[in-house]
Design a protein around this ligand. Structure first.
Ligand SMILES: CSCCC(=O)C(=O)COP(=O)(O)O
Ligand SMILES: [Mg+2]
Length: 241
């Protein structure tokens, strides 16, 4: 935090998912392997679906010369590359798992009570994740805390730009019709917070011990959402012990 300036009054919270609302292990050990296992069967069954076909065409365009679309998709999965057609396809594959109840969206226990209290206090809530908007809605719609999608007024993915680029946050602030400093961006990744801060947003790093996150020292930091609330003047709900 730079030099003791008073913080702007917040009107909105924009939150990341992996490492912020949800465990990194849930994404890496449940969601990603589910999509990897299901990929071939899904493409065989749904390859003619126009949305799936569009992902395959875009993957082929972005693949290395001579590399097949499916090979590129598997390589991006292994690299955890945040590439549009992969993220869209993962969302489409996860749909069956979330809707059937096989997967429930992980949320740390402090998250839902804080989001509910902030929404009740008139704070506008939105999500910005590398996961597709469809995947974000599945995770919050089928979460351990039930369907939280009505709490959110906006969902943003990398269609707006990459998470380490300031222009993405400027576009989100413009889309939300709010001055950037009134929007508090929450993330575990310092480079994302750098980009948001460069666009003028208020920022806080989530340093969740269970995820092994290390504080960057470049931004305000909190161990959980009540810690965020206490620092930024947001309501702090009473949590069950
Ligand atoms: C249901 S969203 C899954 C998260 C995901 O696919 C991902 O790549 C994590 O990105 P984030 O920007 O939330 O860290
Ligand atoms: Mg994250």
């Amino acid at each position: 935090m730079s030099g003791g300036l008073p913080r702007a009054a917040l009107s909105a919270v924009l939150t990341d998912i992996e490492g912020t609302t949800s465990a990194i292990a849930f994404v890496k050990e449940t969601l990603f392997p589910y999509a990897e296992r299901a990929l071939d069967g899904f493409l065989a069954a749904e390859g003619d679906n126009p949305e799936v076909a569009a992902c395959l065409a875009e993957a082929a365009r972005l693949a290395e010369p001579g590399e097949e679309a499916v090979t590129a998709l598997r390589r991006w999965m292994a690299e955890d590359a945040k590439i549009g057609p992969l993220k869209t396809l993962q969302g489409l594959i996860w749909r069956q798992g979330f809707v059937s109840g096989e997967i429930q969206g992980h949320l740390w226990p402090d998250v839902a009570p804080c989001l509910q209290a902030w929404a009740r206090a008139g704070i506008f809530l939105s999500v910005y994740s590398s996961g597709s908007v469809a995947a974000q809605k599945l995770l919050f719609g089928h979460s351990l805390a039930g369907d939280l999608t009505p709490l959110f007024g906006g969902f943003f993915d990398t269609a707006v730009g990459h998470k380490r680029e300031a222009t993405s946050y400027a576009a989100i602030a413009q889309g939300l019709h709010r001055p950037p400093e009134e929007i508090l961006f929450l993330s575990d990744i310092a480079e994302e917070l750098d980009a948001a801060a460069n666009a003028g947003l208020s920022v806080c790093q989530l340093v969740r011990a269970q995820d092994g996150t290390v504080a960057s020292g470049r931004h305000p930091a909190a161990a959980d959402f009540p810690g965020v609330a206490a620092q930024f003047g947001l309501p702090v709900p009473r949590l069950a012990a």
